[in-house]
Design a protein around this ligand. Structure first.
Ligand code: HPA
Ligand code: ZN
Length: 325
């Protein structure tokens, strides 16, 4: 079997996907029409042309605008179902899906609407052979108080999500800002992850680990600037959910050839490949694997390691993990 076929067909887990970032322009227009929402773009093509980003914030502005078409439980279900079909086609058998409730509750959509729609799609995913779970993300540009209020609204639906994360604008919003809310989530028995070291410094990765006590780092590519941090990540096998096409589109690396995924793997880190916001960044899981492998010269050993790392880094039950690995 050649390497592209191996990469495409190997069973894998996706650990870093924002469900709102899987909303394709066609579905944005379909939902806008269904819900009578006016869009500031005349066509799918015009919307797609706006997807020219210079950094994280330039993307987030468009990403939050796109999510404005989501109003009803069925909308959240349909968005997640479209993603899950793509995941299944890419041989993703386990996925841990981020969602941003504050993007929706701020527009008057209830937490129940969001969670019930997404959760129903995750249950239906069994039919596709995909084991899907949800991770609630707090928006870090908002206050800790807002995050606490969001957690209160979500706790009645505790059985529908397995963990919490931290996303949105990283620079100027260090992990410390959310120390108390993460401590509460930990006491609730939730898994903890956080975006850190995407655009932000290695210091944010250290504090995500030491202050928030996260089990995984989302992105984390800036860790390579700090040898002591790299040693810790390798020694403790702390997973990094790396998103190569996202890094390319948000100009974290000038081109894919200069991506540091190989360096992370060869330093013994539990690095994984993920799609982040596939509708915005030009590809789902296998697009990320195939384009990155071609650009940085991955071999079969790297491919196996990435598949193993994805299951090792997942929050699947130990018995299921043992079966996957
Ligand atoms: N970084 C931070 N916040 C996000 C991202 C990301 O890559 N995608 C969606 N929200
Ligand atoms: Zn992300």
């Amino acid at each position: 079997m050649n390497l592209p076929t191996l990469l495409a067909t190997m069973p894998k887990a996706e650990l870093h996907i924002h469900i709102e970032g899987s909303l394709e322009p066609e579905l944005i227009f379909q939902l806008a029409q269904r819900n009578g929402v006016a869009l500031p773009y005349a066509s799918v093509e015009e919307l797609r042309r706006a997807y020219a980003f210079t950094n994280l914030q330039s993307f987030l502005d468009i990403y939050y605008a796109g999510a404005s078409v989501l109003l009803r439980e069925q909308d959240f279900h349909d968005m997640a179902w479209a993603y899950l079909q793509k995941a299944a086609a890419d041989h993703v058998i386990r996925t841990e899906i981020f969602f941003d409730p504050q993007t929706h509750t701020a527009r008057g959509v209830s937490m129940e609407t969001v969670i019930r729609g997404l959760s129903r799609a995750c249950k239906d995913a069994k039919k596709l052979g995909v084991d899907a779970e949800l991770i609630l993300c707090f928006l870090r540009h908002l206050s800790e108080e807002d995050a606490f209020a969001t957690l209160e609204q979500a706790l009645p639906f505790r059985e529908h999500f397995i963990g919490v994360g931290l996303d949105s604008s990283e620079l100027g919003h260090p992990p410390e800002k959310f120390a108390r809310v993460f401590a509460k989530c930990r006491a609730e028995g939730l898994h903890l992850v956080a975006h850190a070291g995407e655009e932000g410094p290695p210091a944010y990765v250290w504090s995500a680990l030491d202050v928030l006590k996260v089990e995984r780092i989302d992105h984390g590519v800036q860790s390579a600037k700090d040898p002591a941090l790299m040693k810790r990540l390798a020694d403790e096998r702390i997973p990094l959910t790396v998103c190569p096409l996202s890094n390319l589109k948000l100009c974290v690396f000038p081109d894919l050839q200069q991506h540091n995924l190989r360096e992370l793997l060869e330093a013994g880190l539990c690095a994984t490949v993920n799609s982040d916001d596939p509708a915005y960044f030009g590809g789902y899981m296998n697009d990320n694997f195939l384009q990155t492998a071609a650009a940085i010269g991955l071999d079969r050993q790297h491919a196996y390691q990435l598949a193993r790392n994805s299951f090792e880094g997942s929050f699947a039950e130990p018995s299921a993990k043992a079966r996957y690995i």
